[in-house]
Write a protein of this length. Sequence first.
Lengths: 379, 263
Amino acid sequence: MTLATQNELETDAEVRPDGRARVVLRGRLNEQTVVGCWSRLEKELKEKKVETLQVDVSGLGFCDAAGLTLLLYLNMGRMTPQATVSVFGLKAELERILRELTLEEHEAFQPQSATKSDTYVGRTGWKIGQMSRDFQEEMVFLGAVVASLPMSIFHPKRSRWAETRRVVELAGANAVPIVSLMSLLLGFIIAFESARRLAEFGAQLYVANTIMVVMVRDMGPLMTAILLAGRSGSSFAAEIGTMKVNEELNALKTFGLDPIPFLVVPRILAGVFVTPLLTFYSILMGVIGGVIVMLGLGFTLPLILHQLASSVHLNDVGIGIAKSAVFGVIVSAVGCWHGLRTQQGPSAVGLSTTRAVVTSLLLIIVADAFFSAISFLLK
Amino acid sequence: MMNAPNDIAISVKDLTVGYGDTVILQNVNFQVKRGEVFMILGASGSGKSTLLKAMIGLYPPLSGEVWIEGGNLVAAQGKERLALLRKFGVTYQSGALFGSITVLENVRLPLDEFTELPDPLKEVAALARLNLVGLGAAADKMPSELSGGMQKRAAIARAMVLDPKILFLDEPSAGLDPITSAGIDFLITSLHHFGFTFVIVSHELPSIYSIADRVVMLGSGAKGIIAEGKPEELRDRATDPWVRRFFNRQPDPGYSVEPSGNL
């Protein structure tokens, strides 16, 4: 049966009832004509029971790489899996190329899946095993950090204070503008929202108490930590991750330098130092924001300041600052940890950065809840 | 279109490359014949890779022309430039495989982007190229799972999947052991039989002697070509002593390991 004349290619295909098939190609088999030829051959041959397939290409005037690929596909029996295929009439030069292109059976080399079992129980078990391995690695990391800290404290000359100062500047001083803006606006928001509700009870003066308690005990430390996680934790992960991808960590190790005291400890020390300072600053800016709103509501400054001073105790401030120090450790340690765990490949650093931020945020919230519960029970 | 002799694949005319006021190569002229293994040699920092990148259109030259298969790549725009880019394939020093997809997907990528072929044919075409470079078995591996030599071979497979006429290879043997390096040379020789024209940047002497038909040598500080010809001829008969030292692997006469007293 003559199928069609496509552009400059003529394709004849015949399938006999006894399973013998014959394809004759004439004209130019190139990137353009292959597409039409392919779909017609597939339609004609694929559903039929073909035992032998003869492909006659003696009439081909031109055959490019795409055409050769089609002949290769037919020759490999991919279109007619049960059939014995022979391609004949090819020019000697092209025949040699066709022979050299014959494929190894690549299906035999499918990669082994890391997940050994496909059952639900198997997958769950594998996941639990993976989590326990991760936990083990995290504990080893934590142990190494804790073991390295005394050396930094008791042997300050061996510590990398220049690196710590650099990180303090990057994570702390450079974050001041964004912390200022965020905290000031946070103060505005809390003051406006609470003023509306408290006005119903004639207690607008207590806006000062609300701002002070919320900023000192929760929002100040929490928002600063969230900002640091997004800004500095991600940067730690990306920086150390890139060093790992570039084999700089291997270079450190071959010098006999442990990356934990060399890279991680300075960042954790910087985090512990910077986060409480930024938190204190954040509280101050938040309260200023609230004071501005209260001045707008008609209260006098001495009255507002008196109300602010009477609303929190020193231990509230202590809890807020203690929280922020813990948040600082979480942000720095998690950032460095994910940086050190970076795998190979272009997406690895991005993945580590994302994981560092998400894990930091999760742990910050968990730690905050823990602090709230403890302080409630202690009262 | 240019009326180039039929056997000329690439013609570089008065090419000057640099950035700002710094000129790296000045008025470089040479031609590459069709089907030739042509090598660009020179000392480190002499501008070999810069010349290659100017030839493939990555660095716009300050002046001059690069004619590839009858089209001027420097002046070509839009579809004309795309058509010229399809006439050659390039591999980079690091292999530059995309790390987030498998080796097979790397080789298949240009077919997905530039052809309308049916998917099964694309897969066979990509696998055929991988088989040709001896990597049929590594088709489903990630690039990070391959050795340096395998990555370079996979990059060659990717470079030739669109059936270009010319392959540009930037230091294909750099950093490889002699056996793997010889394997790459063998691959280039085998592919040469398929009719490819090769332009290779290298300073590996064994590769130069075993596969190069003709070479140009860039001089350190000369901002251009200081020698051109067959490697054996340049080794034995070059007038420039630096070129002879290069081919005979001899140090500069002034080179000394005597303590200078500064340490």
